[in-house]
Design a protein around this ligand. Structure first.
Ligand code: 2HG
Ligand code: ZN
Length: 458
């Protein structure tokens, strides 16, 4: 902590915005990327957009780096203060300002926990679909900054598809109000789209207007077993082309199921090569036929067994199990590397085949799970010890090259941040990176906001 800097900020913003607890500073030095600890010089927790803008004005005038932080659940190191300076936390800007049932919008502050919004709108018969696994602990501001997805992105789309308008503050203190409350708006450049997924490098979000949809009446879930992950991936492609549109299609490969079994979360007997969790939703009318058709198609697409979750409690337990996979793997393998590639849906079986080969070639345990309907896989290297940098880079390179050569991407939902910035040139050519660097300087000429992220060092 830089006491002098904190003192000056306290004079500007008051004591409540400058908590000094050691535990807070320790927490703000890390996120869930496992990329190490970067202690900030100051942690500022503004009460509102006015204080946030004052802070950014100060930072611009003094040339101090600022790293925005939501709930710290990010996986790519986006919230790490790699150049020191100020971490600005949105923890106190966490109000749910409005739910408008006629306009079908919610207006929130960025620190609101995603699950709290989901619950509040559900009580009114409305639905906010983006559902990252960390739903109960991540914040909406972080979701917007990373363009978060989740299982239901398959049917309903990602955070970008629900972000209608944003208020943001720029380094220097300028405040911008972007987008409209109407579902449609094509006036001028799509600056909302630019901000969503910009990983806190262009502006700091102070208010978010989100689109809501009516709550689907009925949800059903079944689990399909397969001989191996490639067979499950092939079934996903077949289901999609057959016109089945589940609300989620999650794949868990054999290693993941084995870890679930060992941790007491999966109790079904017998060897499992891979499972697909398929969730359907829609009107109550026709629900039985919908379920029968999807389960039947899944069987004819190669499932060895299909088990329907018959009641709401069982559905909840299965989703809870799925949401815990990341934490379970971290507990079992603290040195795991977890990746987030995505490929076009038709290429999913081939990507899974290539992962098998990469595991053999590099003699590593490679486990995959994730949002199979979207071709988005969380590829985990489960090594008992930290990998040597050369072996780590070699296996990551092989995974990224495979995904990119199949038309896919380095990141489907976790962002580039610090974790993958050195790999960016694999996916994007120099001209595209240069244009993005220029855009960054339009918003932040001194490169003070979340420096060291997305782009490799020049
Ligand atoms: C999930 O889908 C999350 O469970 C976390 O996106 C994935 O830790 C991970 O790699
Ligand atoms: Zn995920």
């Amino acid at each position: 902590m830089d006491e002098r800097l904190c003192h000056r900020l306290e004079q500007l913003l008051g004591a409540t915005a400058l908590p000094r607890e050691a535990a807070l500073y320790q927490a703000c030095a890390r996120d869930e990327s496992n990329l190490g600890s970067y202690p900030p010089d100051a942690v500022v927790v503004p009460a509102d957009a006015r204080e946030l803008a004052l802070l950014l004005e100060f930072a611009g005038a003094e040339g101090v780096p600022v790293t925005p932080r939501g709930a710290g659940t990010g996986k790519s190191g986006g919230a790490l203060a790699v150049r020191g300076g100020i971490v600005v936390s949105t923890a106190r800007m966490n109000r749910l300002l409005e739910i408008d049932e006629a306009d079908l919008v919610a207006v929130v502050e960025p620190g609101l926990i995603t699950g709290a919004l989901c619950e509040a709108v559900q009580e009114r018969g409305l639905f906010y679909p983006p559902d990252p696994a960390s739903l109960l602990s991540c914040s909406l501001g972080g979701n917007v900054a990373e363009n978060a997805g989740g299982p239901r992105a398959f049917k309903y789309g990602v955070t970008r598809h629900y972000t209608l308008a944003l208020e943001v503050a720029l380094i220097g203190g300028q405040r911008l109000s972007l987008g409209r409350r109407s579902t449609k708006s094509v006036t001028g450049y799509d600056l909302v789209g630019l901000m969503v997924g910009s990983e806190g490098t262009l502006g700091v979000i102070s208010k978010i207007t989100l689109r809501l949809i009516p709550l689907p009446m009925q949800q059903q879930l079944f689990v399909a077993m397969f001989d191996d992950a490639v067979a499950a991936g092939t079934a996903v492609t077949r289901l999609v082309t057959a016109g089945v549109r589940p609300s989620a299609m999650e794949l868990l490969d054999a290693q993941i199921v084995e870890h679930l079994r060992q941790s007491g979360r999966w109790s079904a007997r017998g060897q499992v090569g891979a499972i697909l969790m398929v969730e359907l939703d829609g009107p109550e009318e026709g629900a039985v036929e919908r379920l029968e058709r999807a389960a039947g198609l899944t069987e004819s697409a190669g499932a060895s067994e299909v088990v329907v979750a018959t009641d709401a409690g069982r559905c909840r337990a299965l989703w809870e199990m799925r949401r815990q996979v990341s934490v379970m793997l971290r507990d079992a393998c603290p040195h795991k590397l977890s990746e987030d590639i995505a490929v076009p849906c038709g290429a999913l079986p081939e990507m899974l085949r290539r992962l098998d080969r990469i595991a053999v070639d590099h003699q590593l345990e490679v486990a995959a799970y994730g949002h199979a309907g979207d071709g988005n896989l969380h590829v985990n290297i489960l090594s008992p010890e930290p990998l040597e940098p050369a072996s780590r880079d070699a296996v990551l390179l092989a995974i990224f090259r495979a995904a990119i050569s199949l038309g896919g991407t380095l990141s489907g939902e976790h962002g580039i941040g610090l974790a993958k910035r050195d790999f960016l040139p694999l996916e994007q050519e120099a001209g595209q990176i240069a244009v993005q660097r220029q855009l960054k300087r339009v918003f932040d000429p001194q490169e003070l906001l979340n420096p060291g992220k997305i782009f490799p060092d020049a």
